[in-house]
Design a protein around this ligand. Sequence first.
Ligand SMILES: *[C@@H]1O[C@H](CO)[C@@H](O)[C@H](O)[C@H]1NC(C)=O
Length: 182
Amino acid sequence: MGLSSRICSISLVLAVALLLNFTDARDHLVGGKPDAWQIPSSEADSLNSWASKSRFQIGDSLVWKYDSKKDSVMEVSRDAYFSCNTSNPIAEHKDGETKIELPKSGPYYFISGSKANCDKGEKLIVVVMAARGSRSTAYSPASAPTPESGVNGPAVAPTSGSSGLNGGVMVVVGSLVGFLMM
Ligand SMILES: *[C@@H]1O[C@H](CO)[C@@H](O)[C@H](O)[C@H]1NC(C)=O
């Protein structure tokens, strides 16, 4: 196999793995339904009650749908979250259909751009978990491919039942080892 076709094959495998990785990321509609970005009717109905039932992972996105004439979404610091301080947000969104990606692990704080609404509970904390892939329990680190499996090429990489990321990484590792041994 020539060098250029080998590079081409490797690029293709990487592209497929990236695609699998991206399709693994999820959009979370805040509150679980449109127009949920409102003053909650009760504690049980609050946005944080919804958030506590969801799992957020690196690369996922939050999506808000609301009336842009009446409301907005502010990403704020922890202090501003608790005091409903709308004067100096990290970011402000008022397009009525806001999508925010969660690029790293840790807490994110969001409040309504209306201080009065925030004071009445229109606010949200989302905590993104540290590691990707925990959604799937099909693989443990111990099942990572060995050089032996790589020699036999990607065909033997076990992908059934794995999440997109784990399967993609295993195929890439297997393929790269396979190509380099040629
Ligand atoms: C709100 O935050 C700004 C900037 O972070 C600060 O200067 C201001 O004093 C705060 N306002 C209140 C009421 O805490």
